[in-house]
Design a protein around this ligand. Structure first.
Ligand code: OOG
Ligand code: MG
Length: 258
């Protein structure tokens, strides 16, 4: 298996909005571990192109998403500066293939977090702020048709994320109980609770720290950490206006242009 070639195909697909077929159908060697080697190489290449890492994301942490995608293991991906969109901003369809939107709770930490067995207390201690976020996933694979190693290699379908206002003084919010709604063009398309994320969004942080520690890495302080979709993901198109409300955290919205 040629990791370098796979990385180049994935980056070209993203940059030129090409749909590709999944690697697992012709690369029998592709597995969970070397898929992360591919993702980390892809990250290196993007850094070399001048992009900057702004955060990390967890994916497939909710039953709604696991069921929608047919995969039952959480995974992580990297977020870059060019993916970030401010609240009330616009997203152009031009840079995207077949984008979908989902609602998420995100955190920013004051210190790096690492370890196989983080406690709630350690997470709360490190917590700086919480942010209502929408993620745009845009798998480079045809019809979002992938296996776990494929989607890991593809940086977990990361494409854009829209950040609401950072909320401070949030250490003891009941994140599992927060109500979340996702509306498209004024109509609620899905609702959920923070508990959709592995029972509690902190569990997603623990899982991320655990997965990163296998590579001697930590959750970086000061960057945004998306804990995973609470709602299912919905297709967006030009002209759409999309809104997420998260109880106690606030609202975040964006529009879609050609
Ligand atoms: C994979 C990314 C999943 C989430 O929050 O569950 C994800 C995909 O659905 O394409 O971002
Ligand atoms: Mg997501």
């Amino acid at each position: 298996m040629n990791i370098e070639k796979i990385v180049d195909i994935l980056i070209d697909a993203e940059e030129n909005q090409k749909e590709i077929s999944k690697f697992s159908s012709h690369e029998p060697e592709l597995n969970h571990e070397n898929a992360y080697d591919i993702q980390h190489r892809l990250v290196e290449k993007k850094l070399a192109k001048g992009h900057r890492i702004t955060g990390m994301k967890m994916g497939l942490t909710s039953w709604a998403k696991m069921e929608q995608m047919g995969i039952k293991d959480p995974l992580y991906g990297h977020l870059f500066d060019y993916m970030e969109v401010l609240n009330h901003g616009a997203i152009s369809m031009k840079g995207l293939i077949h984008p979908k939107v989902e609602s998420e709770i995100a955190f920013i930490f004051k210190t790096d977090l690492s370890g196989n067995d983080l406690s709630d207390a350690q997470i709360i201690d490190a917590l700086d702020s919480a942010v209502p976020v929408m993620e745009i996933v845009d798998s480079r694979y045809e019809n979002f048709n992938f296996t776990l190693p494929d989607v890991i290699a593809d940086n977990c379908s990361s494409s854009r994320y829209i950040i609401g206002e950072r909320k401070y003084g949030v250490k003891n919010l009941p994140y599992d109980k927060l109500k979340v709604t996702l509306s498209i063009n004024g109509e609620i398309v899905d609702k959920g609770l923070g508990a959709a994320v592995l029972g509690h969004p902190f569990n997603s942080v623990k899982e991320l720290a655990k997965m990163l520690s296998r590579r001697n890495l930590a959750i970086p302080k000061g960057t945004i950490i998306l804990t995973g979709g609470i709602t299912k993901a919905f297709i967006i198109k030009s002209g759409d206006s999309v809104l997420t409300t998260i109880e106690d955290l606030g609202e975040v919205m964006f529009t879609v242009t050609d």
